[in-house]
Design a protein around this ligand. Structure first.
Ligand code: OAD
Length: 263
């Protein structure tokens, strides 16, 4: 099929409305944030069994806090300096036009919201939020605050690292970044609402995710079960490609703007 016809067909599906998007790290790659599992990605450079788990991170805090510091500075700097790319803006436009019902994202970088998307379910948390481990209260952190923390950490002494990364809450407990680590539960309400959105959607746009992390990766199976049309946009096949009714090979920032209808 010619490219033009293919995009026309995709636009026809999307412009019927009630589209849910499930997004992952690939959507933010063109903003300069590395993905996880590609070559040079975060889990390619940092062992996920250590840096992605509470057990691994706790033992690093005790024995090698400098390594956590280096990891946090590396990952956070990439995220706080990033701005939305054409894919994020295309999603926001489709929502504004009433075509996209919501975005369900595994990303913690806030770039969908920065681009103007309103209904965003964050399954793996948000880097700009912290949560008290004791009282559960959540606090927002600005880019400037995080920048200040990173600058401090770069020259921090060993004993200063923990208190900067896990600062004290008013209740006396320690606050941690409100992101989901391996083996931890997803925010329950967020996941339930995302689940209901998928259960009621007409089509699911799968963009920039390898589809190997559950329960997020179970959502396309639910979409299939309820008869939704699945469109995948990815530069390479993923674990979910066999579910897709239509696949568009390419980068999100190139493809998504082409799915907008010109007035
Ligand atoms: P992955 O790194 O597993 O997958 C990224 C996907 O994006 C791959 O399939 C790439 O081919 C694709 N990709 C790369 N560049 C792209 C582009 N320009 N446009 C579109 N797609 C592109 O990242 P996720 O699937 O998001 O969880 O990973 C899921 C979860 O694993 C993350 O949320 C994180 C990680 O462990 C937690 O930390 C809990």
């Amino acid at each position: 099929m010619k490219d033009r016809d293919k995009y026309d067909r995709m636009r026809d599906i999307i412009y019927k409305g009630n589209v849910v998007a499930l997004t992952g790290a690939g959507v933010s790659k063109e903003s300069g944030i590395p993905t996880f599992r590609e070559k040079g990605g975060i889990w390619d450079r940092y062992d996920p069994s250590i840096y992605g788990s509470i057990l691994g991170l706790s033992s690093l805090f005790l024995f090698k806090p400098q390594r956590i510091r280096d990891f946090i500075v590396d990952v956070y700097e990439g995220i706080i300096s990033a701005v939305p790319n054409p894919a994020h803006f295309a999603f926001a436009k489709l929502e504004e036009e009433g075509k996209i019902a919501c975005i369900i994202t595994q990303n913690i970088d806030n770039l969908h919201q920065d681009a103007g998307s309103k209904r965003v379910y964050e399954l793996h948390g948000n880097l700009y939020m912290e949560r008290c481990i004791r009282c559960g209260k959540r606090h927002k952190r600005s880019k400037e605050e995080i920048k200040g923390i990173l600058d401090f950490l770069k020259s921090a002494r060993r004993y200063e690292i923990l208190s900067k990364i896990l600062p004290k809450c008013e209740c006396g407990g320690r606050k941690r970044p409100d992101v989901v680590l391996f083996g931890e539960s997803l925010p329950q309400e967020e996941f339930e609402e995302a689940y209901n959105e998928v259960r009621n959607c007409k089509s699911l746009l799968l963009v920039g995710t390898s589809g190997v992390v559950y329960p997020a990766a179970s959502l396309p199976y639910l979409a299939k079960e309820v008869g939704a049309t699945i469109i995948e946009i990815s530069p390479e096949p993923t674990a979910l490609s066999s579910l897709a009714d239509h696949t568009i090979i390419g980068k999100a920032g190139n493809i998504l703007p082409k799915l907008l209808r010109r007035k």
